[in-house]
Design a protein around this ligand. Structure first.
Ligand code: RET
Length: 253
């Protein structure tokens, strides 16, 4: 007997519940951000809203597609093992992780050059992660996982050192929001490669059900939790209400 959830979503099994919850969580986050930003006039502040709403919207679409089994594929490894992978995650992450970095980079007042470097390494991380996920030869999978993880360490290092230095020139509100968001990224992002490794794509210690739950929690924290803190902070308010609107034109090299 097909459960209603399974009937609606081709090939998706028990993990469909987490994909449904993920979709709802992203939609609620998006609607909350839209409602909160409705009256915002200041163009600088508006920019943060646009980026953050887009992040939640892209994720909602990706979760919905996974729920319907669209983003799901099977990879047959040369050793005969067949694994189910949700490739739609990578399409989501390819756009949303750069947007998250853009959010925090703009907040810190990082230079365009630094933002471009950060986003390029990040995109490289996601693309090599997708390669790791789709390869048929196990050793190649782990090789690409390692390359992607090294790229992630560069992203995190860059965020702390280079973007952090730009943020240290900003006002106290901005610095404290930057520190909180940076810590969310440091903690949440570092769990992704571990989830991949212990999940179905890697060693298979955790099944698709547990892995989908873990990614849902991580995605909601990294996108909606992140956006919630960013958009509630006084740091993004330009004009009169902020003590010093981030004097961030300086390119401290
Ligand atoms: C993969 C697998 C290969 C190794 C590494 C990975 C890192 C993924 C990351 C994803 C972050 C996603 C976010 C989504 C927001 O909702 C591709 C899992 C390093 C860091 C923040």
């Amino acid at each position: 007997m097909l459960q209603p959830l399974q009937a609606a979503s081709l090939g998706v099994e028990g993990e469909g519940i987490w994909l449904a919850l993920g979709t709802i969580g992203m939609l609620l986050g998006m609607v909350y951000f839209m409602a909160k930003g409705w009256d915002v006039q200041d163009p600088e502040e508006e920019e943060f809203y646009v980026i953050t709403i887009l992040i939640a919207g892209i994720a909602a679409a990706s979760y919905l597609s996974m729920f319907f089994g669209f983003g799901l594929t099977e990879v047959e490894l040369i050793n005969g093992r067949v694994i189910d992978v949700y490739w739609a995650r990578y399409a989501d992450w390819l756009f949303t992780t750069p947007l998250l970095l853009l959010d925090i980079g703009l907040l810190a007042g990082a230079s365009n050059r630094d933002l471009a470097s950060l986003i390029t390494i990040d995109a490289f991380m996601i693309v090599t992660g997708l390669a790791a996920t789709l390869m048929k030869v196990p050793v190649a999978r782990y090789a690409f996982w390692t390359i992607s993880t090294i790229a992630m360490l560069f992203v995190l290092y860059y965020l702390v050192v280079v973007v952090g230095e730009a943020a240290s020139d900003a006002d106290a509100d901005t610095q404290s929001t930057f520190n909180t968001l940076r810590n969310i990224i440091l903690i949440a992002w570092a769990v992704y490669p571990v989830a991949w490794l212990v999940g179905t794509e890697g060693l298979g210690l955790v099944g698709l059900y547990g892995e989908t739950l873990l990614f849902m929690i991580l995605d909601l924290a990294a996108k909606i939790g992140f956006g919630f803190i960013l958009l509630r902070s006084r740091a993004i308010v330009g004009g009169d209400s902020a003590p010093t609107p981030s004097a961030s034109e300086t390119t401290a090299d």
